[in-house]
Design a protein around this ligand. Structure first.
Ligand SMILES: [Zn+2]
Ligand SMILES: [Zn+2]
Length: 318
């Protein structure tokens, strides 16, 4: 099969990589479309020490699984593969299983290839009303919904989303569902216009903002973001950190202690509300697609995805 491979610190296209074979309990999926995300770009810089096929945002078709009737079904899938036996797994916290594998991120080949395998229970069948281009956003959209699992947000909550990249634009749209008092801050008018079109107030600078926000969500993708968030959150407020950078960030811990700020890390989230939001057209991901590349040009696509101003680059397999 064709695949994009990251090995020995080098990213390359392979035209004849052996296709994976499904282990017991797994399905073989023919990938149709995959999304390139910041994590993939970080992986290509050495994040997680990953070696193999990256990619974890995908839509595909089941080719082979235990149940004949499911062959041919269009699916996307959850990316964490927990051991199923440890204390975390027994408490239904498989996303934190210390022995987990993660598709295209940790110990498991991912979606930048014509085929992948995933445990059958990780898969979510997709309604016809969701297109392939929308479906590749389900994984990152689920990670935006994770915030609502972690923090209570209602009409009275003053929320600020920092960052107008791929994730920031999804998080802002998810927050808007709650009816909260929302503000999105970014640097690019053209990206923020996607939110403006949906009635979400935006700004291109934090100048003039005072420390009165109940919840600040850092989606900047830079080490600076968390410091900005701490500058904006009110005493006893909450900062949610979505940014994953390979580098380290220095923050003022005294602000957190003295003002009793809750600092919450946030990663993967529930797929069902994400699928439902796309089905009911409550979230619009289509303006986020910048360009679709054939898998053969995957290395170029990864380079393009890291360019300034680019939102989402997709890889088409067929
Ligand atoms: Zn991702
Ligand atoms: Zn486990």
């Amino acid at each position: 099969m064709k695949a994009i491979v990251f090995e020995s610190g080098k990213l390359s296209f392979e035209g004849a990589r052996p296709a994976p074979r499904p282990a017991p309990g797994e399905a073989l999926i023919r990938v149709t479309l995959a999304g390139i995300c910041r994590t993939d770009l970080e992986i290509a810089l050495g994040y997680m020490g990953f070696s193999g096929i990256p990619g974890h945002e995908f839509v595909g078709v089941i080719e082979e699984c235990g149940d004949e009737r499911l062959n041919g079904k269009r699916v996307t899938g959850e990316i964490n593969i927990p051991c199923g036996k440890c204390a975390y797994c027994r408490r239904r916290m498989g996303n934190h299983c210390p022995d987990r594998k993660v598709l295209g991120i940790l110990g498991k080949d991912g979606a930048f290839a014509e085929y992948l395998t995933l445990p059958f229970k990780n898969l979510h069948p997709l309604p016809d009303s969701i297109t392939d281009e929308e479906a590749v956003f389900i994984e990152p959209l689920a990670s935006a919904y994770e915030i609502l699992e972690q923090v209570r947000v209602d009409e009275d909550t003053r929320v600020c989303v920092l960052g107008d990249g791929r994730l920031g634009l999804l998080v802002a749209q998810v927050m808007a569902q709650t009816g909260c008092a929302l503000l999105a801050v970014g640097r690019h008018e053209e990206k923020l216009s996607i939110l403006k079109a949906r009635g979400i107030p935006t700004r291109t600078s934090i100048e003039g903002l005072t420390r009165e926000l109940d919840l600040v969500i850092d989606c900047t993708g830079s080490a600076e973001g968390i410091r900005t968030a701490l500058d904006l959150v009110r005493p006893a407020g909450t900062v949610v950190v979505k940014t994953t950078v390979a580098g380290k960030s220095e923050i003022d811990l005294s602000r957190i202690v003295v003002d009793e700020i809750a600092l919450i890390g946030s990663r993967c989230g529930p797929f069902q509300p994400a699928i439902q939001a796309l089905e009911e057209k409550r979230v619009d991901v289509r303006p986020l697609v910048s360009k679709v590349f054939p898998i053969d040009e995957g290395v170029e696509a990864m380079r393009y995805a890291g360019e300034k101003g680019v939102l989402k680059a997709l890889l088409k397999m067929a």
